[in-house]
Design a protein around this ligand. Structure first.
Ligand code: ADP
Length: 489
């Protein structure tokens, strides 16, 4: 399932964030505004109450007391709902609701109205309507005593009730405005964000993706062109340079592949030719060798001609080895692994090389791990590898030296190492060492190490060399103890 795109993730996240921030700020603003409006209204109620009170006092001082009722009735307009006057005994003497004139409130309430220190505006609910109320006592001032001859402290109480509908409507309107403003802000911001992300992020990313897809499909010449110098610009620069490098690396690999293919083809035909020639040489060579042996028996041991015949036999053996190497190289034999005792394999090797080593003044030291035991390998083929490496080592020490043969187990591998103190191998030659026909010897075929590598790899192992010119070389052969599955066996 394909998830939302980066653009939509970004827009949704930003919109939600804006929505939360706007809601918090709007809510806070609404609360402040509500408090402000409530405070303003309370002030207004106080002012209205004061104006009414002053109006009443004026009417009284003008001795038009009978006009109270009329005055109160004219006040009922807009949000002034009810106005009433209590006399000092708590009886209603004038009211904007005429039917309640004569009613009396509890003395306790009256007492409370008269003794309040600072008259305050309070709210109360009646018939699902909310009112502001303010009750203020009317003091018996000196001027009042012109008509009222008692010493009462108050002449009565004025009760003004103002509907809160106005403020509730105002607040409601304010809330709606707030919601509309927030919604508009969120919509505008979302649209702007969507346009911005499309141009700033989406388009270039889509361009980068399509370039990468082209490259993925094999077109490494694809590039993403942009004039931007921001992160997108840097990203496309890196992508383009990576693609350029990949392109040139691929061309290089293709060139090497082609060269390698041509080399393999050439090698294959040379191999075929060599193997055909080797076959042709092998049989007559065996005949010549047999005939020379018979011929040599006709001469007594001390005859000087015997030496010449020995040289001929040696040369024939060399030719025979070269022919065998060629055939081995052209058609490598498949290994037939047997459970082989490793120590006895090394002992056999020692029997073969010890006289040559002695002649060359090369000391051979064996260091074989005591419990090296047995391994599944083709003893004939590995013997050929060891012989080739050991003889190379001996030949690298014409003035004598030492050869250390070390055998040990490492995990499930058996590791053979041949360390000589010979002339060593230059870095340049090390690169070509395992290539067929590479030799530095006049009489060499240059096939020994190539065949050895092939044999070791056929056993599922590997061969490596470390060398220092003038100090000696170490060849290490590792083969699996349990051998490889021999499906041809
Ligand atoms: P060949 O012995 O016929 O030359 P190899 O494939 O066995 O063919 O060896 C290739 C070349 O590797 C040798 O000619 C020699 O230059 C180099 N070489 C192999 N072993 C050693 C060694 N132990 N010390 C120095 N050079 C070596």
């Amino acid at each position: 399932m394909v998830g939302p795109t980066l653009k939509w993730k970004y827009i949704i996240a930003s919109t939600l964030l804006i929505l939360v921030i706007l809601s918090v700020f709007s809510w806070q603003n609404l609360r402040i505004q509500e408090q402000q409006i409530a405070k303003d209204d309370e002030e207004r109620v106080k002012l209205i109450t004061d104006i009414i009170k002053n109006g009443l006092i004026t009417i009284m001082l003008e001795k038009r007391g009978r006009e109270f009722q009329k005055f109160l009735e004219t006040l009922i307009a807009e949000d002034i709902e009810e106005v009433r006057i209590f006399n000092e005994n708590g009886r209603i003497i004038a009211s904007s609701v005429p039917r309640e004139i004569g009613n009396k409130i509890y003395d306790k309430d009256m007492q409370m109205f008269l003794t309040q220190s600072e008259p305050e505006v309070f709210t109360h609910r009646e018939n699902n309507k909310v009112f502001y109320s303010m009750v203020i006592p009317i003091a018996n001032e000196e001027a009042c005593k012109q008509c009222h001859f008692d010493n009462a402290k108050y002449r009565g109480v004025l009760d003004v009730e103002i509907s809160m509908d106005r403020i509730i409507n105002r607040l409601q309107l304010f809330r709606y405005q707030m919601i509309i403003f927030s919604a508009l802000a969120v919509i505008t911001l979302s649209i702007s964000l969507s346009i911005m992300t499309k141009h700033l992020i989406n388009k270039p990313i889509e361009g980068l993706i399509s370039t990468m897809k082209k490259a993925e499909a094999g077109d490494l010449s694809a590039r993403f062109k942009t004039t931007r110098d921001d992160e997108i610009g840097k990203l496309s620069e890196s992508l383009n340079s990576m693609l350029a490098q990949l392109d040139s690396a691929r061309k290089e690999i293709e060139k090497l592949h082609y060269e390698e293919y041509q080399r393999i083809e050439k090698m294959a035909s040379i191999g075929e030719l060599a193997s055909a020639i080797a076959h042709e040489i092998k049989n007559p060579l065996a005949g010549i060798s047999g005939a020379i042996q018979v011929f040599s028996e006709e001469f007594p041991d001390n005859d000087p001609k015997r030496e010449i015949i020995d040289d001929i036999i040696l040369e024939i053996e060399r030719l025979d080895k070269a022919v065998r190497d060629l055939l081995n190289f052209a058609r490598p034999p498949v290994p037939h692994p047997l459970l082989t005792d490793i120590r006895s394999m090394i002992d056999r090797l020692m029997n073969v090389i010890s006289s040559t080593a002695e002649k060359q003044k090369v000391d051979i030291t064996l260091d074989i791990e005591s419990d090296v035991g047995k391994a599944y390998l083709d003893p004939e083929q590995l013997q050929q590898v060891f012989l080739n490496i050991a003889l190379n080592a001996i030949q690298s020490m014409p003035g004598g030296g030492s050869l250390l043969i070390n055998v040990n187990k490492q995990d499930d591998m058996v590791v053979f190492s041949f360390k000589d103190s010979g002339m060593g191998i230059s870095d340049e030659n090390t690169k070509n060492l395992f290539k067929p026909f590479f030799t530095t010897k006049n009489t060499g075929t240059g096939l020994g190490l190539s065949i050895s590598k092939n044999i070791v790899e056929q056993h599922g192992g590997y061969i490596s060399v470390t060398s220092q010119s003038g100090l000696g070389s170490t060849f290490v052969i590792s083969v699996p103890m349990k051998g490889i599955i021999d499906d041809q066996a």
